[in-house]
Design a protein around this ligand. Sequence first.
Ligand SMILES: Cc1ncc(COP(=O)(O)O)c(C=O)c1O
Length: 509
Amino acid sequence: MTLAELLPTFRASLRPRLDPAVWPATARWGGHGDLLIGGVRATALAATYGTPVHVLDEVDVRSRCAEYLAAFGRRGVSYSAKAGLTSGEARWMAQAGLGCYIGSAADLRTALLAGLRPARLVLHGTAKSLQDLDAAYDSGAAVVVGTPAELESVAARAPLGQRVHLRVTPAAAGRSRHRYGFRLGTAAALDAVATVLTSRNLRLAGLDCSLGHQLSRFQAYESCVREAVAFCAVARARTGADVHSLNLGGGHAVAYSGHDSAFAVAAFARRIRTVLRLAADRHAVPEPALTVSPGRALVARAGVTIHRVAEVTQLPDGRLTVTLDGAVPDCTTTADCAGRHTAELAGRVSTAPMRLAMITAAAAPTPRRARRAAASPHRPTSPDQPISPDRANSADQQNSPHRANSPDQPASAHRANSADRPTSALTAVAPGRASGGATGRLAANVLVPAMELPADVTVGDILVVAGTGAYHHRPDPFAGRPPVVGVADGLARTHIRRDTVDDLLRRVV
Ligand SMILES: Cc1ncc(COP(=O)(O)O)c(C=O)c1O
């Protein structure tokens, strides 16, 4: 038996190590088992904003931006807003000197309001709407084009001098995985270059690639660079024009748990520059400027989500299934982070023996379930179903920083009126079916397949899930999105307030 098992009080003084590869840069254990992010206690954030609440560590995002800028240079890094773009994040990116790959007119407006310059903005994504494209044209943002039809449409509508990036896919990549984009080395890709160059209003800004997600090896990027440079040489021979920039996209892996390997940014930049230089020499073309546009790698680690435990069940073998409040985010249903998260109990110290537990999130409500719950928003469907003590304070509505969440001073939150009552009653209506366990096939709503928790974990306890800064703010209008809060220096600032039932119903006609 270990000393920790013999002496419960000794065990209580031991805190699990917060792996710096997984947890935000400023994550620290505080008094009474509380977890601090940006100097703000998790319990204070839960009390002020209700649960679940997404929290972003400003210091972590800024340090990731600095790491990428050091590796790729002042104009070499853009943030891919697909990972999530709040006004605060856009401001941090602008201040750091990053550009931004935006996915919509809403992203564009957020980015411009935050101070990002149009010259550093690029609209990308498949099946862009005319509205999104028009917004890009009006602002002076560049546009990524990936199909002949899209090119035709952009050439027909874009203003004089419109910057266009051609989305290209490496020939080595399987056709099925990369339907969007001109295949390098094909006549279609050469035609696209020629069309841009001969269009009266378009200007070729460069080539753009996206090679996948959660990639920790460099090989796919290296072969893409070789193919892209070979293509630049052919394009030069046919058209006389040089390609001035090559964006390798993002897809850089992050660690969701201690078992994952993250992307070695500085080593990657060195390696890929060497590959680019050698390829350019070999094909006797000028080196295009190299850029990257990561999403997840810049913000995933900075984010945690604070939940309350909604339900605890015990399996015959003693293992626990702990269901958290709030719907499972889209990200967790994909291979990128499904069942790979790390979590910690926060806000109290337990001397109970440890048990193996599986952490699951409640299932996302279907539109029908959401309407039913919205018609009766204060009634949980099951008499046993706890509703977390959701609260909102005025700062939540005003997007202003406030001291209510200082480490030593729990927020004295007041209940919101019914119109503004947060929607956790919606998101907690139906705990998902968790199956499988640590080794079996996991249900889509499993966040952590197996972790040790004190056996007395109970409804209402706070659990903080790490690695939720990217792709976790659900766009699903029926789920009711949790708030997003930025933290730094002991202050919390609302980036996005919680969806209310009224917000959801306002859109229903
Ligand atoms: C062109 C491009 N760059 C970057 C990204 C971001 O990927 P990740 O968040 O995995 O870095 C995407 C995402 O789809 C993309 O399409």
